[in-house]
Design a protein around this ligand. Sequence first.
Ligand SMILES: Nc1ncnc2c1ncn2[C@@H]1O[C@H](COP(=O)(O)OP(=O)(O)OP(=O)(O)O)[C@@H](O)[C@H]1O
Ligand SMILES: [Mg+2]
Length: 220
Amino acid sequence: MQDRDGVLMAIIGKKGSGKSYYAQHELINNDRLLVVDFKRSASWKRFADDNNMYFATSLADLVDVLVDNRDGNFRILYFPDAVNGRQEMHELCKLIFKIQRPYMELDSDEKFTLFIDEAHMANPLHDPYPFGTGLLEAITMGRESGISIIYSTQRPQRISTDFRENVDRVCTFKVSGKNAAKAVAAMCDDNEDIEKGVLDLKDYYHLYYEGGDVELVPPI
Ligand SMILES: Nc1ncnc2c1ncn2[C@@H]1O[C@H](COP(=O)(O)OP(=O)(O)OP(=O)(O)O)[C@@H](O)[C@H]1O
Ligand SMILES: [Mg+2]
């Protein structure tokens, strides 16, 4: 992997373990950020309001704002449509590739960060791309276009294997159950310390895995 490449990251942990809180603190410094929350949570809306993020009210609105700001900076929150959310993700990823074309052609250094909260809803294990392969292309080929994708979920065993097999970094809070622990460890090259450790982490502690190294990180 080169410095220029985007990264795939997973933020895992059971309900209330601190995933969104962590994401909010880590992401806020990104200049070109799109947050997509399938749970449409009040906590993201509040965070967006407090941090002057643009709240896109429809896919059309989101597309307009992205296209208008394609060469500059943006921080946007979007709640996908309750019925068509997965189709929207396909279309959105196609657009993100277009926006990042100058990056791929080495005419730009502006990356793009896509954060998906409750990612098991966007890219589930079963039938992951019913509306087209935009999201698949983003997770398997987005790096060279400077596209970083971060998935957050309490159910790592329920997200697509395409994502799990391609992930570069894992940040995991306490998970509930052996299936989740196994799935997290599998994303970390079957690391045994992770498989054991992730079941009894203290509140808001997480394990951070990248390139074969595990680090225990205290609450931020
Ligand atoms: N490091 C922390 N220090 C203090 N409070 C925290 C920390 N992390 C999370 N919290 C608090 O714990 C609560 C749950 O956190 P958060 O919403 O991030 O969990 P989550 O993993 O995203 O849960 P869910 O799966 O329900 O979305 C929130 O009220 C949050 O403010
Ligand atoms: Mg959350």
